[in-house]
Ligand binder design. Structure first.
Ligand SMILES: [Zn+2]
Length: 84
């Protein structure tokens, strides 16, 4: 806290389209090594950490993207952690 982040808005910069992130920070090892992908045929989302080997799968719908798989994983992980 207290850190002032530089404005990320640069008016006039030629940034047309943001590429959606598919690599995220791991909840277990805190490394940015979690990659997500969604199988278009089955709509199953896959997530795995390249550092600690955590894995997760979930059913997705057509409007979900990689970050949604990551969100599902966070929810599932929190459920496990608070499940008593
Ligand atoms: Zn990890």
């Amino acid at each position: 806290m207290g850190k002032r982040s530089k404005s990320t808005r640069t008016p006039g910069a030629g940034r047309k389209k943001e590429v959606l992130d598919t690599v995220f920070t791991c909840l277990f090892c805190s490394q940015k090594a979690v990659s997500c992908k969604i199988d278009d045929a089955t709509r199953i989302g896959y997530l795995s950490c390249g550092r600690c080997g955590q894995k997760f799968q979930c059913q997705t719908n057509p409007i979900m993207a990689a970050i949604d798989v990551y969100s599902e994983w966070i929810d599932a992980t929190e459920e496990v952690n608070t499940a008593d």
